[in-house]
Design a protein around this ligand. Structure first.
Ligand SMILES: CC(=O)SCCNC(=O)CCNC(=O)[C@H](O)C(C)(C)COP(=O)(O)OP(=O)(O)OC[C@H]1O[C@@H](n2cnc3c(N)ncnc32)[C@H](O)[C@@H]1OP(=O)(O)O
Ligand SMILES: O=CC(=O)O
Ligand SMILES: [Mg+2]
Length: 533
């Protein structure tokens, strides 16, 4: 169905439900129009910059600290004061903007909840609109759910986590909103609607519009977001600096511009977060054609590898110098039901991860599941008696460009190759079904982890060192053989019926296409979005 607001030349394409009408009011549409009108051309120019930079990386250039911003790195400045309810962020739970999960997350005992329109959400139109409706109710504390499948009623506890919202990345479009005949940015749609509907209510409740910004590649992208914030606050009559944003440092190029990103956003910055999964993906993606860069099996690229240590420690040092919080990331392990031993091992791994983060000086961390809140809390409570660790300046840390670029050592195994295909296909199938976060082999999989899987396969086929540990070369023919076998295995795992109706064939086709085409797709979600409702 299509509806049009002729005053602004906006076409809303997609089902118009009661929810759509509540969210896409004429005033909200006007606000979206103004964001698009002011900032979309700049967004597109910045995306083009990414491509231009890629051409240089393909020619062998390495990312490096910028000469032109040395004065910012060496300058003496801090970010504006951060609100009281963000001072203690020791455990943040993350999850999709699904109604039940929002309630469970807010009740989980975590200090904060990041409601995710990004890695954990498949951006179907109904997920996007329902997500905005759910958040609107969550902000007003009226969110409830009667779930007939398990007979449970879900309501909010008296005490709930502080709400933060992660928008889609700048690369994704919202094809259901056409402005002057072009799709608007998913990021501006998510940001604009959440701010428009909730800013005043949040302030009345002594909290604020808090965001996570994903997948930034440069300080110029941070500058764009800052300008978006200034404009939006002015337009809605909210004091400048009310919006607070935590930026994910999850691209290799952003790791070289952490100071600059905080500087651009200094009136709005609440911190940086080490988004480890996209970071690994970005490291590989940006240097995919460089002969000295090849990653071992995904399971071997751990947080203990030198380049990941360098990045997280530099993040802590940079944030604390600027009085901003340095948030840790997501361990992939989740609770395992009906297997005590495996469950304990998973919890041990999460605890180790959180302990390392707390000892390093992170101010808090992420968990993927309510069952892990207590594990992470225990580690942070033990290592961090204060609300945060801003006082730990980590002046001992010395990280060079070479440290950030040190390629992790290890091996490529047939098991790792097969795992990438199997997990990649299963994840894409789930995403095409409208579910952006899934448990596969007892690990959390989301868009970022799936990106690593599919790009490893792409690179191993083309890289001169793309060989298995036993010496076999990874070729297109080898991929095709293993791919057929893994598709058959997936059918056995999920069952004939689920395979037929669960988008597995389509997912396999997309995975094979992404792998076999020489042109590397920037994000699998871009062609994937073409297949979503
Ligand atoms: C790389 C990154 O960007 S990381 C951040 C993005 N990723 C995420 O946010 C992942 C969030 N986590 C999840 O989506 C889920 O935990 C999964 C997919 C990993 C596992 O899901 P499942 O196996 O279905 O979980 P499980 O069945 O154990 O859930 C048990 C209960 O906990 C709830 N639950 C699980 N995870 C969450 C969560 N993150 N937030 C809120 N509730 C949750 C379930 O809704 C369920 O509730 P119920 O008992 O009332 O029905
Ligand atoms: O967004 C988080 C990540 O690890 O990617
Ligand atoms: Mg990410």
């Amino acid at each position: 169905m299509t509806t049009q607001d002729v005053r602004f030349n906006i076409n809303v394409i997609g089902d118009i439900t009661a929810g759509t009408e509540e969210i896409l009011t004429p005033e909200a549409l006007e606000f979206l129009y103004s964001l698009h009108d002011q900032f979309n051309a700049r967004r597109k120019a910045l995306l083009a910059n990414r491509n231009e930079r890629q051409i240089r990386f393909d020619a062998g250039e390495k990312p490096d600290f910028l000469k032109e911003t040395k004065h910012i790195r060496e300058g003496d400045w801090t970010v504006a004061p951060i609100p009281e309810d963000l001072q203690d962020r020791r455990v943040e739970i993350t999850g999709p903007v699904d109604r039940k999960m929002i309630i469970n997350a807010l009740n989980s005992g975590a200090k904060a909840f990041m409601a995710d329109f990004e890695d954990a959400t498949s951006p179907t139109w109904s997920n996007m609109i329902d997500g905005q409706m759910n958040l609107k109710d969550a902000v007003r504390k009226t969110i409830e759910l009667d779930q007939s499948s398990n007979g449970k009623t879900y309501t909010l506890n008296d005490e709930t986590a502080v709400l933060l919202v992660r928008t889609r990345g700048l690369h994704l479009e919202e094809k259901h909103i056409l402005i002057d005949n072009e799709p608007m940015a998913g990021a501006f749609f998510d940001f604009g609607l959440y701010l428009f509907h909730n800013a005043a209510e949040l302030l009345a409740r002594n909290t604020g519009p808090y965001f996570y910004l994903p997948k930034l590649e440069s300080h110029l992208e941070a500058r764009l977001w800052n300008d978006v914030f200034v404009f939006a606050q002015q337009k809605l009559g909210i004091p400048n600096g009310t919006i607070k944003a935590t930026v994910l440092i999850e691209t290799i190029t952003a790791a070289f511009e952490m100071d600059e990103i905080l500087y651009e956003l200094r009136d709005h910055a609440a911190g940086l977060n080490c988004g480890r999964w996209d970071y690994i993906f970005s490291f590989l993606k940006r240097m995919r054609l460089q002969h000295d860069v090849i990653l071992p099996d995904r399971s071997q690229v751990t947080m203990e590898t030198p380049f990941m240590r360098a990045y997280t420690q530099l993040c802590i040092q940079t944030c604390h110098k600027r009085n901003a919080f340095a948030m840790g990331g997501m361990a992939a392990q989740i609770p395992i039901r009906n297997n005590t031993e495996a469950n304990e091992a998973a919890f041990r791994k999460v605890a180790e991860d959180k302990r390392r983060e707390a000892l390093d000086g992170h101010d808090g961390t992420w968990v993927a599941h309510p069952g892990l809140v207590a594990v992470a809390l225990a580690e942070f409570n033990r290592q961090m008696p204060t609300p945060n660790q801003l006082h730990r300046k980590r002046e001992d840390v010395q990280v060079t460009a070479e440290d950030l670029l040190e390629v992790p050592k290890g091996s490529i195994t047939e098991e790792g190759f097969r795992m990438n295909i199997s997990v990649g296909v299963q994840y894409i199938a789930s995403w095409l079904n409208g579910n952006g976060a899934v448990p596969i082999n007892h690990l959390m999989e989301d868009a970022a982890t799936a990106e690593i899987s599919r790009s490893q396969v792409w690179q191993w086929i083309r890289h001169p060192e793309g060989k298995l540990i036993d010496g076999r070369e990874i070729t297109v023919e080898f991929f095709k053989t293993i791919f057929e076998e893994e598709m058959a295995n997936v059918k056995t795992i999920v069952g004939e019926q689920a395979y037929r109706f669960g988008h597995f064939k389509e997912a396999g086709e997309l995975f094979a296409e992404l792998t076999l085409q020489d042109e590397f797709e920037e994000f699998l979600t871009i062609p994937g979005y073409g297949k979503l409702q």
